[in-house]
Design a protein around this ligand. Sequence first.
Ligand code: SF4
Length: 327
Amino acid sequence: MSTRADAAPLLQVEGVRKYFPAAGSLPWSRARGYVRAVDGISFVVHRDETLSLVGESGCGKTTTAKLVLRLDEPTAGRIMFRGQDIKTLRGPANRRYRAGIQAVFQDPWSSLNPRMRVRDVIAEPLVVNQRLRRHEVEERVAQLLMAVGLEPAMASNFPHEFSGGQRQRIVVARALSLNPALIVLDEPVSALDVSIRAQTMNLLKDLQERFGMSYLLIAHDLATVRYLSRRVAVMYAGQIVESAPAEKLFAQPMHPYTQALIDAAAPARPGDGEQRAVVGGEVPSPINPPAGCRFHPRCPFAFDRCSREAPRLVEHDKGHTVACHLY
Ligand code: SF4
């Protein structure tokens, strides 16, 4: 029998804002400024899919990841997991939520305690959340190491004995230990050597097929996004400006900012792996974003209306939404 929780999207983000007091603004002053890191975004992540959030640094994607992970609380809006507002979760329900959503961050070093053996690193969430016997923990650690392509015998080694790519595999094994429904991947391959990025992306894709979890991928590298995602949402200055199935977004980007991102990611010459500047002009201040369309000071297609009126996100084709007055 299916329940309401089964019918709801796995993760639903509705009108979420996150404002931080701006540095230098005085707590007692009426004229306080706020950094509008995330400014009214909505999206869903379905079961077994990958949704990517892309955009330049400072666009709000990492803040969004932190809100989903409950490392921070939204200023407004709500985040629903399996149909329940995560703000209302307490006690066992909150522990189940934290076990059900795991994270893999950019730098595996920051996630690994250098004084802990890999066995203990991977077993820690199991020991904290599940009452397993010692031999069951050992078995589970061996299974997880094999799942990420490492030898079970490596369990007694320390993190410094592994390469960067292997360390990221250990972090992934730890994230998998509690069978999460969703893993937040925050720039999971950008700190790795180019030569092992593809292997790590293949591993992430294989694991998703085997274990059936969803990914919320935060990335600025469009090659990673294109390879791993089913759907993509493009963020600019704290807002989503376009979202679409990945194939469609890369084949027919509609928003001028998305077009610029994709143009900048294309190699200038064959074999040229360098990413070029996204678009001329300055990234807008998150304290005082431009009126109207926030992209208008940089947009080559801007016209009168763009500086006066903020465009709404409108669906133009099945699952393809864009916020731009050109459409
Ligand atoms: Fe450019 Fe205007 Fe579209 Fe904004 S609304 S992206 S300024 S054309």
